[in-house]
Each structure stands twice: as structure tokens, then as C-alpha cells.
Design a protein around this ligand. Sequence first.
Ligand code: UDP
Length: 323
Amino acid sequence: MSRTILVTGGAGYIGSHTCKSLHARGIEPVCYDNLVYGHREFVQWGPFEEGDITDIDRLCEVFEKYQPDALMHFAAYAYVGESVTDPMRYYHNNVHGSMTLLNAMRQCGIKQIIFSSTCATYGAPKTIPIPDDHMQEPVNPYGRSKLVIEHMLRDYATAYGIHACSLRYFNAAGSDPDGELGEWHEPETHLIPNVLLAAAGKRASITVFGNDYDTQDGTCVRDYIHVTDLAEAHVLALDALAAGPGLKTYNLGNERGYSVKDIIDAAREICGGDIPVEIGPRRAGDPPVLIADAGKAKSELSWQPKYDSLDAIIRTAWNWFKK
Ligand code: UDP
């Protein structure tokens, strides 16, 4: 293996898929995860080190052991609703944890980091599609915690010569096309896995959070991007880090929007069963439409999503789900 990358949150959904992509390119991923939400069985492509990102001694111990060339930082809490009711968890784990990680990097002389950011840092967008220089005004503590980290990365980059790249994901979805990994959250709050649970009869119905938005069919529109395409973007971003100190930011999305109703209709077709639907109230903090302008990632990183059809996204998710 030519290079070693330390992957925080490598036992989670996007982190584990990225470890697989790194390994496929001959890069060794060292998974660092506290297993609060991660799954030990998802760590299949490199060594595992249990630890928390708020523990600087443990971080430095692992950095000394593996001498990673760069970090990929996925470890975070990511439940929007919970961030509203319990913001302390988000500021502690996401903000304080990321600061501890950056301080450990400084202490141990590691200069490069790729950070998992989110379209939630934009809040309610003024323009669609959303370019990556759009104003960032997050509307919930989760988005704010990620934005604070972006500011921190920029300041650390300027002052301490850190090479940083922030990848702002739109709606991560789908599962490893080989069926070795998948989307598995506890509790599950996301649309596609919950639709599949309803299709499999594991939940009575799917509740649509609002059908009175100013969209084509009244339900919210999102840009769903396959998790393997996200993983590939991380591998490509490693090259962008070499350019020098500073923070680079990229949107990662398919640049196409699908409504909640589109997702349910596509899942009905693919899963072949009935999916009972209930209409519920709007969920607080949901903008009506989020669609990426990912032009910068495409031109600067040569990134091109492969699993870009809704069919590929739902079919890979369903294949894994059935297992
Ligand atoms: N959604 C829904 N019912 C659910 C879960 C989600 O109608 O059980 C909607 C949600 O309001 C949003 C879209 O589906 O408009 C995608 O939500 P998800 O939680 O998957 O991702 P988010 O957009 O919050 O990152």
C-alpha cells in the first residue's frame, strides 16, 4: 500500500464505503471509530482502532502508530431533529471533537484533511441549483456545527499551513453495488431506508412530511447522490490537497431533484410491493428544494457520478436491504 489514510467514522455509512474505495486504489484506510453509530462488521479494508475524536491522547497514539499521510474526517452526529432538541451533543462531538482532531494533527505534524460537510450549511437557498459559493446560513444546529468546522478549517489552514478540503454532500443514498456494505442507521430517520422498510412490511407505512410545498407535486425535492460516488470523490480530493495550504470546498450531488413522491413511486416499481403512505405535517427546518451545482467538483476533481439514476440508487439500497 503506497499511502495510509486515517478515516474517522470509518465504520459508518459513508466512511465505510470510502474505505472500500481507498483500498481498491491501493491506499490503506485505518478506521478510527468509537462505534457509537458505526458497525464493526463494516471495517473490512484495513486496520481498526477504537477511539473517540474528543480524545487527543488516543488520537496521537494512533497517529504515531500509522503515520497517516492524510485524514478523512467523517465522524459526526448527523440527526437534524436531535440537533434541535439536544444541541450540546452536536457542539461537543462535532465542533469540539473536530477541534481536538485538528489539534492532534498539529501536535503530530499531519497536514492534510478531507472533511465531510453538508448542504445543510446553506440553510434555505436563494438560488437553485446551489453553487458552492452560495451564502451559508444554516437553519439548524447540525448545519451550524458543520459550518463552524469549515470556518475552523479555513483559519487553521491560514495560520498553521493545513491543506483542507470540505466536501458538501447533498442526500447520500444507495448502497455498495457489490452488496458488501449498506445504509444502516439506528434509529433510522432517512427517507429511502424508511420507504424500503415499509416496502418490506417492516413498518406499517411511510409518512410524507408535508405535501403543501411549492414544488411540482407538493412534496420536498432533494438531490440524491450515490454513496459510492461520494466515496470516489474523496479519493479524487486527495490529489486536490497536494496543491497547498488552504480550504477548498466542493458540492457533491447529481444536480437533479426528486420529490418524496418520486422516491416512493420508484421504490414501488423496484421493490414490487405496496407501500402504504400517510401524509403528515412538514418537518421543521426542511427547505422545499435542495439541488446541487456540482460543476466545480466535476471540473477541478474530474469527478463524474456513475450511479446517477434514481433506479441505481434505490436498486442498490434494496439489494443490500434484502440481505
Ligand atoms: N422525509 C419524509 N418522510 C420520512 C423521512 C424523510 O417525507 O420518513 C422527507 C424529508 O422531509 C425530506 C426528504 O424526505 O424532504 C429527505 O429526508 P432525509 O431525512 O432522508 O434527508 P435530509 O434531507 O433530511 O438530509
